[in-house]
Design a protein around this ligand. Structure first.
Ligand code: TTP
Ligand code: CA
Length: 367
């Protein structure tokens, strides 16, 4: 199999960078964004700070009064978190990033994995230019900078990204991965917290390199089968986790109010066709196949009914939604005598196209 090219994008000092963007006048000052608990003027904790403030020793999670003390006389700016603002900027950048990848996985408000294997034809040389292009695009369109790590799997991409911030671009080629991980402390691996690293230290394991050459059976004996094998693989830069959309919607639906109460099929279908256009946009963008189409009707007495049909084959076209919506409403109108006030369309039972193919290919590999 061709090696994968995976990117991890992590926005730089994100909340504080958003604040700089909306008020460039504060850009050259230390900026601290915090959650104010409200008990006293100073009680609360630091969410994040820009890199200027970090030079004074300010860290995420630190009590605000301590950050204030560290920044005394530094003309620092303290701001309360504004999630609405950060979420909006995040969404805009994520939308741009999504367009650059075959599969995309947002892991938090400021982090996402991109599988760009196809786009760069499996080449890590091309990946550098490609990553730079994405960085430039986000900076031009939104004005936010981020760091990128590139590796042959999510694990390497993540650690690569962490190694150079802000505005970093770190490429770790497959043949460099082991040497890259070797000197790093074990707690750089996902799932190795304080307790685990203490236990590993007792076994004489301090670095990822130590862990990589430690006997796997012994790891299994100490940490159990699942974790033992995971630690062994991770330290050896082995990670086959696919880049995959998380929390995929289980259904996509739209509801609208009719211009007038009616039992006229054509009139109803005008509205549901509008709703379908909207639904179709979303399933096309997310590359989804659906197996179920449902309708929803709210009558003039405000009672509501739903009707569904499950297709024999997964479909992905607009016509399948329209056709089934029509059939469902035709049948429904025969059952009820009330006029309809609101209508809705829903598709569900999703199967992701790429995923179908991927599952198939990994099935063949394991044979
Ligand atoms: P991070 O990516 O950990 O940090 P960052 O983006 O501020 O800085 P950088 O990546 O350049 O090191 O977290 C992303 C956002 O999550 C951060 O901007 C604020 C929020 N956050 C908290 O609210 N509390 C915390 O303890 C941490 C670590 C982050
Ligand atoms: Ca970040």
């Amino acid at each position: 199999m061709q090696n994968r090219v995976i990117m991890l994008v992590d926005f730089d000092y994100f909340y504080a960078q958003c604040e700089e963007l909306r008020n460039p006048a504060i850009k050259d000052k230390p900026i601290v964004v915090g959650v104010y608990s409200g008990r006293t003027e100073e009680s609360g904790a630091v969410s994040t700070s820009n890199y200027i403030a970090r030079k004074f020793g300010v860290k995420s999670g630190m009590p605000l009064f301590l950050a204030k003390r560290k920044l005394e006389g530094a003309d620092a700016v303290f701001l309360p978190v504004d999630h609405q603002c950060y979420d909006q900027l995040s969404e805009r950048i994520m939308l741009i990033l999504r367009g650059y990848a075959t599969s995309f996985e947002q892991v938090s408000v400021d982090e996402a994995y991109l599988d760009v294997t196809e786009q760069v034809e499996g080449s890590f040389e091309k990946a550098r230019n490609y990553a730079q292009k994405i960085k430039d695009d986000a900076r031009n369109q939104v004005g936010i900078s981020f760091s990128v790590g590139v590796g042959s799997n999510k694990l390497v991409a993540k650690i690569a990204c962490d190694s150079q911030k802000p505005d970093g671009l770190t490429i770790v080629k497959p043949e460099e991965a082991l040497a890259f991980l070797k000197p790093l402390d074990v707690d750089r691996l996902l799932g190795v917290g304080k307790k685990t690293s203490t236990k590993m230290a007792e076994l004489g394991i301090k670095t990822i390199g130590d862990l990589a050459k430690y006997d796997m059976q012994k790891l299994v004996a100490v940490f159990g089968k699942t974790l033992g094998i995971y630690f062994h693989n991770a330290a050896n830069a082995i990670d086959n986790e696919p880049v995959q959309e998380q929390g995929e919607a289980e259904s996509i639906s739209r509801i609208g109010t009719l211009k007038q109460d009616t039992r006229d099929l054509e009139f109803i279908l005008q509205k549901t066709d509008e709703l379908t256009e909207d639904i179709f946009k979303e399933i096309k963008e997310k590359k989804l196949n659906f197996k179920t189409v449902s309708i929803y009707a709210v009558m003039t007495d405000l009672s509501s009914k739903t009707r569904s049909v499950t297709l024999e084959q997964p479909a992905k076209d607009k016509e399948a939604i329209k056709r089934n919506t029509k059939t469902l409403f035709e049948k429904y109108l025969l059952e009820s005598t009330l006029e309809i006030r609101r209508v809705g369309v829903k598709v569900s039972g999703f199967i992701k196209e790429e995923l179908q193919q991927k599952r198939l290919s990994s099935f063949f590999q394991s044979e």
